[in-house]
Design a protein around this ligand. Structure first.
Ligand SMILES: NC(=O)c1ccc[n+]([C@@H]2O[C@H](COP(=O)([O-])OP(=O)(O)OC[C@H]3O[C@@H](n4cnc5c(N)ncnc54)[C@H](O)[C@@H]3O)[C@@H](O)[C@H]2O)c1
Ligand SMILES: N[C@H](CO)Cc1c[nH]c[nH+]1
Ligand SMILES: [Zn+2]
Length: 430
């Protein structure tokens, strides 16, 4: 863990190093992924079977490629009632939040009489990636599928690894609630490539969404253009801005909640209280060995964790903006949280006040937990209904509207040296 103090002379360089640390994109990940994509493109299902045997220790041909809707319904029926209620509560809240995201079509006439507008439509088929290497993610099933359904996607294809052949009943129950059409037991970069190119078994999709580890995130990045993607949602991150009036063990757990996802996850604390910074570091060290995910948290915290003391909490905000974290917690009184939030420019999702742990957003709050990582909140946003849709603009002119705006088009076409464009307009002008 790095302990930095903004008043130290070497702080600027040390913070630059933290910001520029490309912890999830070692060049070997990029090269590995390029090789996997090329092999899936060339060999299709055979490559999927090989990679699944290698990475998930699972023989697809012997034990089955897919999970049926009937299996998912049975998993739902077999769930303990409190878990079923929790999934349904999460689903309802996620649905309500995303229903409000459905964009409006536009259709209007301007002063020339021209009719202009844009019509939104869903993609035909969406592939949703549900991670499953180190943990099972029923919450990510809901976060992916529900916005796709709200968008009106007709074919929703889920891919998820089943390491050692073990299926997860809560993941299957969530797929039942969401209403998935196909589930394929493949993960990693190879699954994303299969969705993008299609194989004999898996028909291609138009868009691939969802989170995953460094290989999954890099595969989406490399395949963008062959297929649409939501954004690059890789190993989880959290930045917490906290004053010294918090309990150190409460903030320690918030930091560890994201450190436990992946050894390449990142957790950073900013505080204006040096004693509190030390107390949180002590609490983190004390909590780690008590939890089942200790080794992942230890690796992540040791390699990527940071505790940073700033003169005032307001000084932390421009530094947070440079990190553009996936999650930002403002653990201060409500009024101060609002004031700090007003200054935040770059973050995937922000959690305001002392009573809003980021982990609530992972499960039941409603906003999507699939969020940009690796500083990409500078230019991208969390998964939304519009990631499963596209907009078609349209235009209808009558003679009067064409007469009003046509001559300008002719002038511009001539200036560009494109006479057929000019003629195409000129021919219709009286
Ligand atoms: N940003 C977000 O919105 C968000 C949300 C949820 C989870 N996450 C992240 O998702 C990730 C889940 O990771 P996971 O590992 O549990 O599951 P995963 O499904 O993302 O990855 C498992 C797959 O990775 C591939 N893989 C593993 N090692 C490999 C190697 N050496 N070479 C090539 N491929 C390899 C395998 O194919 C394996 O099936 C975590 O990093 C977590 O932080 C992010
Ligand atoms: N924190 C993850 C996004 O980075 C989402 C998640 C799912 N389950 C638990 N957490
Ligand atoms: Zn989480």
């Amino acid at each position: 863990m790095r302990r930095l103090d903004a008043s130290d002379p070497g702080f600027a360089a040390a913070f630059d190093a933290l910001v520029n640390d490309r912890r999830e994109s070692a060049s070997d990940v990029s090269a590995d992924v390029a090789a996997i994509i090329a092999r899936v493109k060339a060999k299709g299902d055979a490559a999927l079977a090989d990679y699944t045997a290698r990475f998930d220790r699972f023989d697809l041909d012997a034990r089955g490629w897919s999970i049926s809707k009937a299996e998912c319904a049975a998993a739902y029926d077999g769930l303990a009632p409190e878990l079923r209620d929790a999934l349904n509560l999460a689903a309802e809240r996620i649905r309500a939040y995303h229903a409000a995201q459905r964009p409006e079509d536009r259709d209007y006439r301007d002063g020339t009489g021209a009719r202009l507008g844009a019509r939104w439509g869903a993609v035909d088929a969406a592939g949703v990636y549900v991670p499953g290497g180190r943990a099972a993610y029923p919450s990510s099933v809901l976060m992916n599928i529900i916005p796709a359904k709200v968008a009106g996607v007709e074919r929703i294809v889920m891919v998820t690894p089943t390491p050692d052949g073990a299926t997860n009943p809560v993941v299957m129950a969530a797929a039942h609630i969401g209403g998935v059409d196909e589930i394929w037991r493949v993960g990693g970069a190879q699954a994303v490539a299969a969705l993008a190119f299609g194989t004999k078994r898996i028909a291609p999709v138009d868009v691939v969404t969802g989170p995953g580890n460094a290989w999954v995130a890099e595969a989406k990045r490399q395949l963008y253009g062959v297929v649409g993607i939501d954004m690059v949602a890789g190993p989880s991150e959290i930045v917490v801005v906290a004053d010294g009036r918090n309990e150190p063990h409460v903030i320690a757990a918030d930091l560890l909640s994201q450190a436990e996802h992946d050894p390449t996850s990142q957790s950073i604390l900013f505080t204006d209280d040096s004693d509190f910074a030390d107390a949180v570091a002590v609490a983190v060290a004390a909590v780690i060995p008590t939890l089942a995910t200790a080794s992942t948290m230890q690796e992540s915290w040791a390699a990527n964790g940071a505790v940073i003391v700033v003169p005032t909490l307001a000084d932390a905000i421009p530094l947070c903006d440079r990190l553009a974290p996936e999650h930002l917690e403002l653990a201060v009184d409500a009024a101060e949280a609002d004031a700090l939030f007003a200054k935040v420019r770059h973050a995937g999702s922000v959690f305001l006040g002392r009573h809003t742990p980021e982990a609530i957003g992972d499960y039941v709050a409603g906003p999507n937990h699939v969020l940009p990582t690796g500083r990409r909140a500078r230019f991208s946003s969390g998964l939304s209904v519009t990631d499963f849709m596209k907009r078609t603009s349209f235009l209808a002119l009558d003679e009067g509207a064409l007469a009003a705006i046509g001559p300008a088009a002719i002038a511009l076409a001539k200036a560009e040296g494109l006479p057929a464009h000019a003629l195409s307009v000129q021919n219709r002008l009286k």
